[in-house]
Ligand binder design. Structure first.
Ligand SMILES: O=P(O)(O)O[C@H]1O[C@H](CO)[C@@H](O)[C@H]1O
Ligand SMILES: O=c1cc[nH]c(=O)[nH]1
Length: 244
């Protein structure tokens, strides 16, 4: 630890909370910090990958953009886990529905993250690594979503390297295997957490279903993002505190 700042993050040790929320869009990080946190201070502006720390109901929380794709979240999450002592990263993102049963506005909790990326190659295991979420975060997020009455699905997501896929049949083949939704970051986040022995979870809002030509309106999107944020913030208090 304590090798701070980095080429991508100008925070000094202690400026980032052990619990970090990561939307893809840095401007969403700014809006979320301003809307939900108290005593907010900006800790990063390098490359406009905005990061903020404040408190939520007394618990320290940081919010930082991850950028799009696995190389981007790979860098930021690696630095947060390994140089800034971050314990938990919860990705809060948008996704496309893949399984036919998935509806617009569903909240998808990524239990596992399938991928078409080669990110795991670096770990050189003699087989296939399964990027998975932290069970404690996953269980608490599922409980919170159910308690709040939000439509929640738990299962596999696809973290893809491509948004505009030339292979139009690829999605159907993931759907055949029960994959719920497609996004672009979770596999790298989960693998970095696994390697650092820390915690990670992805919470997604389904904002479009390409196969059915459906997409949320701006208003519906905002409402769904608010629901996702409520679920994510319910994880800010450390688990052991909740048990006392
Ligand atoms: O809404 P975010 O978190 O950026 O997530 C999704 O949106 C981007 C693509 O439009 C990709 O980053 C994908 O993972
Ligand atoms: O990666 C993404 C994100 C949102 N919607 C999609 O279809 N794909």
């Amino acid at each position: 630890m304590a090798r701070t700042p980095t080429p991508h993050n100008e925070a000094v040790a202690g400026q980032i909370a052990p619990f970090v929320l990561m939307p893809g869009d840095p401007l969403r990080a700014k809006r979320l910090a301003e809307a939900y946190l108290e005593g907010v201070e900006q800790f990063n502006g390098v490359r406009n990958m905005l990061g903020y720390t404040g408190t939520y109901q007394g618990s320290p929380v940081s919010v930082m953009g991850s950028g799009m794709g696995m190389p981007s979240i790979g860098i930021y999450s690696y630095e947060l886990f390994n140089f800034y002592g971050v314990e938990s990263i919860v990705r809060i993102g948008t996704a496309g529905g893949v399984a036919p049963s998935v509806r617009l506005r569903d909240i998808v909790l990524g239990m596992g993250a399938c991928t078409d990326s080669n990110y795991a190659h670096q770990f050189n295991v003699p087989g296939t690594l399964a990027p998975i979420a932290d069970f404690g975060l996953l269980r608490r997020a599922a409980d919170a979503a159910e308690r709040l009455g939000y439509p929640v699905r738990v299962g596999n997501v696809l973290s893809s390297d491509v948004f505009y896929n030339d292979d139009r049949t690829a999605e159907q083949r993931w759907a055949k295997m029960g994959v719920l939704a497609v996004e672009m970051e979770s596999a790298a986040l989960y693998l970095n957490a696994m390697r650092a022995h820390r915690r990670a979870l992805t919470i997604l809002t389904v904002t479009d279903v390409v196969s059915r030509g459906e997409a949320l309106t701006a208003e519906e999107r905002q409402e769904s993002l608010t629901q996702m944020m409520e679920v994510a913030l319910s994880l800010a208090k450390p688990e052991q505190v909740l048990r006392n």
